[in-house]
Design a protein around this ligand. Structure first.
Ligand code: NDP
Length: 280
């Protein structure tokens, strides 16, 4: 059996088109501000892609580019200014920050109603409480849409998530609990990870270890979501799952690239639209 390859690019394109249609009916333009600190090349590529996608769907892009040696106070004042700007509906602090800066207190300064990354305590709390008015982190939100593109009713399925970060693993677990999955959250101290993964109806890998999950770890017929982005040499990107072998055994799987990645930006735009609607 060869798996359905979940086409994140196509699903993200549809989502962006829907958002563009909705934006075209609004009385004013939603604005998304990105704060980019320093010159991390991967962050620059990612931010440029975000800007392009924002403008393409009819939203306004605001960029605040700050030097690598900027102080936390200066970033705080930029966040404060954006919080108070009525033409800005979404604020994103691009991570990682340079080493001398602690991201956590800065993230918590973002007004929760503009926190399109869903990382403020108010939005995390809403997610855990099941309050749908909150903003949900983009990558788990996009990953759930990919799962639902191949299976609508997830009730009772066993989902194993490898990874427990605040950015991905924890919110992913909450979203799947809301779908009535039985959720197991695995991490670096989990014992016998291959045996645990082999029980998963839905297996989500968000580790950052190239091709760690091999075909013998996966259950026949499972849905596999590969969140990992690992650079091999100059040009090659691979996920956390050994795609070529796993795809022969499972029901559906996301490729890397072209799976989860494109959904992250599409869901950022969806969050900006939701923030605009909540604010107005
Ligand atoms: P973190 O480094 O914050 O978290 C990694 C998690 O993996 C931790 O919970 C860690 O466990 C766990 N882990 C590490 N090694 C092992 C191991 N050998 N066995 C089991 N668990 C392990 O990363 P993120 O959650 O931020 O991101 C994970 C991956 O997803 C990265 O490759 C990142 O590039 C990618 N990513 C992709 C995005 C996209 O848009 N496609 C967006 C965000 C992330 P512990 O907690 O015990 O340390």
């Amino acid at each position: 059996m060869s798996a359905t390859i979940i086409d994140g690019r196509a699903i993200a394109k549809d989502l962006r088109a829907q958002i563009k249609d909705q934006v075209s009916t609004l009385p004013s333009q939603p604005g998304l501000a990105v704060i980019l600190v320093g010159d991390d090349p991967a962050s620059h590529v990612y931010v440029n892609n975000k800007i392009k996608a924002t403008v393409n769907c009819g939203m306004r892009s605001i960029e605040k580019r700050l030097p690598a040696d900027v102080s936390a106070e200066k970033i705080a004042s930029v966040i404060h200014e954006l919080n108070n700007d009525k033409d800005v509906h979404g604020i994103l602090l691009q991570l990682p920050l340079p080493k001398h800066l602690d991201a956590d207190p800065l993230i918590q300064m973002i007004a929760p109603e503009k926190d399109v990354d869903g990382l403020t305590f108010a939005n995390i709390g809403k997610l855990v409480a099941g309050d749908k008015s909150g903003l949900v982190p983009c990558t788990p939100q996009g990953s759930l849409k990919l799962i639902k593109s191949v299976k609508d009713n997830l009730s009772g399925l066993h989902a194993v998530i490898i990874g427990r970060s605040l950015l991905f693993g924890k919110p992913m677990g909450q979203l799947l609990l809301q779908e009535n999955c039985t959720v197991t959250q695995a991490h670096s101290r989990t014992k016998d990870l291959p045996a645990l993964c082999a029980e998963a109806d839905i297996l989500i890998a968000a580790v950052g270890q190239p091709q760690m999950v091999t075909a013998d770890w996966v259950k026949a017929g499972a849905i596999i979501i590969d969140v990992g982005i690992n650079r091999i040499g100059e040009k090659t990107l691979v996920g956390d799952v050994d795609f070529d072998t796993a795809k022969e055994k499972v029901a559906a799987i996301t490729p890397v690239p072209g799976g989860v990645g494109p959904m992250t930006i599409a869901c950022l735009l969806a969050n900006t639209l939701k923030a605009y609607e909540n604010i107005h």
